[in-house]
Design a protein around this ligand. Structure first.
Ligand code: APR
Ligand code: PHB
Length: 392
């Protein structure tokens, strides 16, 4: 088999690269290790920047997003019970974010891909990348017990943090930067109305908590927990009690409880790989970097990588120019590091760190006080939260 671009991974990054290439008439095939249902069963983040929604609309995959997405023009910070609203729209000249689950983005892009007739090979086992240092890369994989080979001009490594793409790069060619945080998030999804109209990010001496949502009738809540937490050991009642202790009295009084439909623990990590290009292999999304979820940036960062990478491929095939692919890594990394900084800063301000001294805890409070008194400080948070617009 032959294609122009072999895409590894059918998460948002791979699907977006694929959709942009297909729209530009460039042949591409996605190889995904899991089944479609498995990929759609994962509960992930849920806040989209305007750039991400704009990209979905440009691709013609934004109809359901328009109908079901919830526009938010602010969010709330709660620090040890004191509330502060970050008025995104006021602080950024009218920009907003949209609450819409990553799972739904993935579903829309999969349906869109199917309708466009572009190929995805699910349940592709033992995906292996070959010869990407040369002009003739290829990918092999097992499907239904048979080994298959896909020749291509480029490989887009969009296979997430644990994927094969980054792991295929010789160690000496790759530098990684990492911070693992000494805690995780215990998340619960429940069919109950959200306790507040906007997201609430709460810092509390018992640990961080986040009130989020998927729709007016479906809530997503998180509480900071020890890394080794077994979600099965947390009854729903225990979760609701702990959440209410952390989010301030007003929000707590409005929490509607109900049975959880998903409960899981996610570790928090900051990670960046450099560079993002190895000959004809390019990394995008979680394969290239991880941010802790506190800034709601993971999906948006992946979408922007996908946009830039696809543009670079399109430039190469249409204009026979390698300028885009030559600049992809440096340009993307400049942006990625700024988002890493924001996600790290939000995480550091709002969580309880077991190793922090009283001095560092005062620093966390001072960070919050700064936001209370300074519109400039709030604007910086707001600008980072809504993200940069997509180029025209
Ligand atoms: N071969 C083929 N596919 C693979 C392999 C492999 N060896 N390893 C992983 N995959 C697939 C996974 O099954 C998954 O469907 O690659 C896909 C990667 O998708 P995501 O993990 O969703 O990563 P990405 O598309 O970069 O999206 C980033 O996901 O984790 C969140 O917060 C993150 O919102 C961000 C988004
Ligand atoms: C979510 O709804 O899952 C969510 C929202 C905001 C975040 C992280 C996760 O910062």
């Amino acid at each position: 088999m032959r294609t122009q671009v072999a895409i590894i991974g059918s998460g948002p990054a791979g699907l977006l690269v694929g959709a942009m290439l297909t729209q530009a008439g460039i042949d591409n095939i996605i190889l995904e290790r899991k089944s479609r249902d498995y990929v759609l069963g994962r509960i992930r983040a849920g806040v989209l920047e305007e750039a991400t929604t704009a990209l979905l609309h440009r691709l013609g995959a934004g109809a359901r997003l328009t109908r079901e997405g919830l526009k938010h023009d602010g969010f709330e910070l709660a620090f040890q019970g004191e509330a502060l609203r970050i008025d995104l729209a006021h602080l950024t000249g009218g920009r907003t974010v949209t609450v819409y689950g990553q799972t739904e983005v993935t579903r829309d892009l999969m349906d869109h891909r199917l309708a466009a007739g572009a190929a995805t090979i699910y349940d592709a086992e033992n995906v292996a990348l070959h010869e990407f240092g040369s002009g003739r890369p290829s990918v092999t994989y097992m499907k239904d017990g048979l080994t298959q080979r896909l020749d291509c001009e480029f490989i887009a490594g969009c296979d997430g943090f644990h994927g094969v793409s980054r792991a295929s790069v010789p160690q000496a060619a790759l530098r990684s930067f990492e911070r693992a945080y000494p805690f995780g998030w215990l998340g619960v999804l429940a069919d109950v109305p959200p306790c507040a109209p906007e997201l609430v990010y709460a810092a509390h001496e018992r640990g961080f908590a986040l009130c989020s949502m998927r729709s007016p009738t479906r809530s997503r809540y998180y509480i900071q927990c020890p890394l080794e937490t077994d979600p099965a050991q947390w009854s729903d009642d225990a979760f609701w009690d702990e959440l209410r202790r952390r989010i301030g009295e007003e929000a707590a009084a409005r929490v509607v409880t109900g049975p959880s439909i998903e409960k899981s623990v996610a570790p928090l990590r900051s990670f960046v790989a450099e560079p993002l290009r190895f000959g004809r292999l390019f990394l995008a999304g979680d394969a290239a970097h991880i941010v802790p979820p506190t800034g709601a940036k993971g999906l948006n960062l992946a979408a922007r990588d996908a946009y830039e990478l696809a543009r670079a491929f399109i430039e190469f095939f249409r204009e026979k120019s390698s300028a885009g692919i030559d600049h992809y890594s440096k340009r993307a990394l400049d942006r990625i590091w700024r988002v890493e900084r924001f996600s790290w800063a939000m995480t550091t301000m709002l969580h309880r760190f077991p190793q922090f001294s009283p001095f560092e805890e005062r620093m966390q409070e001072a960070e919050f006080r700064q936001l209370q008194v300074s519109e400039a400080a709030r604007r910086l948070v707001a600008e980072n939260y809504v993200g940069a617009p997509l180029p025209a």
